[in-house]
Write a new protein. Structure first.
Length: 499
């Protein structure tokens, strides 16, 4: 009897220790996610101070583009590495690179150095994004994954929206270098928690395959060239110019190189099964469309709110930020829907509703009131929460541990690539509408930079409203395309593996 009681107490103690350890790891993941989300937006409001100190106004856009490119192209590499060597070493290495880049950014002596160090930050940021999402699926069984994913979604949304405000406060009342220095204590705490509390099953050295470094280099080069062409096309040079043509041509050649290298590799960085399996291919395409459509509200809505509705910057930011309230709530509640009707049908319900909301935006009255677009954004956040989380949870549940990192990285890579394509495509759409309405070679950025809320000529306000309406129609088409992908490509029931 005493031995039985001792065994029960020992088991209870072990469960308590495991729960505490898992909570500590989740806290570390949330801190890491906050770092990755903040650094994508925190620099934006500090650009005047940075340029005033370091110069380099002509190339400051690379502070954002360089970081985004580095994060995106490294996602597939980190995904494969985490499947091969485990999540812990990859996350520790990536976080260390990210923090080293943050420290170097804080001591940058000119704009060229700062851009280089931002790219170094991005090389670590790819590990933070991909590995955090993969670990979330490792730590929890299927029935509990919506809880952790909704927490991460909340952290990402709040951090992304708060980033510009935090950056502006630090630049105004301290120094822009603190934007990067604040990463160090937060990242150090996250690293300590991971090192101390994350324990993974050890793999035998003999079971570890060789890494496809040639494939990793080819993927990195191909992604970097094509994404640079998309990011800089129509901005740094015209779409049909020699630099744009050269980059796209080089990118297509590198695509062929990637295919050849990956076909010959024993353990390719981007394995063919990522696209041969219907479920993963459908989720990749659907979330690529999500990345594309998210550009419409996140990039163009603040300008619409200021120039068309006449709102102050803070109020315009609120119109956008309301979707961060409904998105995580909807994501957390989505489990009650997909347990009844399945992952695919739940996602189709969400993206179908999102398409209707996006198509409704151009029908708002002109100039309208602030609550009207804010209400649409609140509904859009709820619809996208119902769309994204079931797909991520569902696709992660169709693969085992050894394939989960690669699968998660492919999903995030497609979403990031969709955002890059969306920024280029919708920027061209907005510029085209403005040029048609105002006459001449009018540019969306140049027109909106000089706008002063409340003193905008009515013709310009109407032109901007028409441009944003066209962008929202394009976003609605992207949502409709995601709906059709799920309808015709995704299986009705995801082939979920037992935990």
């Amino acid at each position: 009897m005493d031995q039985g009681d001792t065994g029960i107490r020992t088991a209870a103690t072990k469960r308590t220790q495991d729960t505490r350890r898992r909570r500590a790891v989740v806290a570390a993941l949330m801190l890491a996610m906050a770092l990755a989300a903040l650094d994508a937006t925190i620099v934006s409001t500090a650009v005047p101070q940075i340029v005033g100190d370091l110069g380099g106004f002509a190339v400051f856009s690379w502070l954002f583009s360089g970081y985004l490119l580095a994060v995106t192209v490294t996602l597939p590499v980190y995904g494969k590495l985490s499947d091969t060597f485990g999540r812990k070493p990859v996350l520790i290495a990536g976080a260390s690179v990210f923090l080293a880049g943050s420290l170097l950014c804080a001591v940058a002596w000119n704009m060229g150095a700062l851009i280089a160090f931002r790219i170094l930050q991005g090389l670590g940021g790819g590990a933070l994004q991909g590995t955090v999402q993969t670990l979330a699926a490792d730590l929890y069984p299927l029935k509990d994954r919506p809880k952790i994913q909704s927490k991460l979604s909340t952290v990402w949304a709040v951090s992304a929206v708060a980033g510009p405000g935090v950056g502006g406060v630090l630049a105004a009342y301290a120094d822009w270098r603190w934007i990067f220095l604040v990463n160090l204590p937060i990242g150090a705490v996250a690293l300590w928690l991971i090192v101390r509390h994350l324990h993974e099953p050890q793999q035998k050295p003999a079971e570890r395959p060789r890494i496809d470094w040639a494939g990793a280099l080819a993927v990195f080069a191909c992604g970097g060239v094509l994404l640079t062409a998309l990011v800089q096309g129509g901005v740094a040079w015209p779409w049909l110019s020699v630099p744009s043509t050269a980059l796209f041509g080089t990118g297509l050649v590198l695509v062929a190189v990637v295919v050849l290298v990956e076909r010959r590799a024993a353990e390719p960085i981007i394995p063919g099964w990522v696209w041969r399996r219907r479920t993963i291919a459908a989720v990749n395409l659907a979330l690529g469309a999500l990345g594309l459509l998210m550009v419409a509200p996140s990039v163009f809505l603040p300008t619409y709110a200021q120039s068309v509705l006449g709102l102050a910057p803070v109020a315009a930011g609120f119109v956008l930020s309301v979707w961060t309230l409904s998105w995580p709530v909807s994501a957390a509640l989505s489990q009650h829907v997909y347990r009844r009707i399945g992952f695919r049908n739940t996602a189709m319900l969400g993206i179908g509703t999102a398409a209707l909301i996006l198509f409704a935006f151009p029908f708002l009255p002109y100039p309208g009131r602030a609550w009207q677009p804010a209400l649409l954004m609140l509904l859009l956040g709820a619809a996208l929460g119902l769309f994204q989380l079931p797909l991520i949870v569902g696709v992660q549940s169709t693969v085992g541990w050894a394939e989960r990192g690669t699968t998660t990285a492919s999903v995030l890579f497609c979403r990031q690539t969709g955002q890059t394509i969306g920024a280029s495509v919708f920027g061209a759409v907005a510029n085209g509408v403005l040029a048609d309405r105002l006459g001449g070679a009018s540019d969306f950025d140049s027109v909106t930079r000089g706008l002063d809320a409340g003193q905008v000529p009515d013709a310009t306000r109407r032109a901007i409203a028409d441009a944003v309406h066209a962008v929202y129609l394009g976003a609605g088409c992207a949502a409709a395309a995601a709906f059709l992908v799920l309808l015709f490509l995704a299986p009705r029931r995801f082939p979920v593996l037992k935990d």
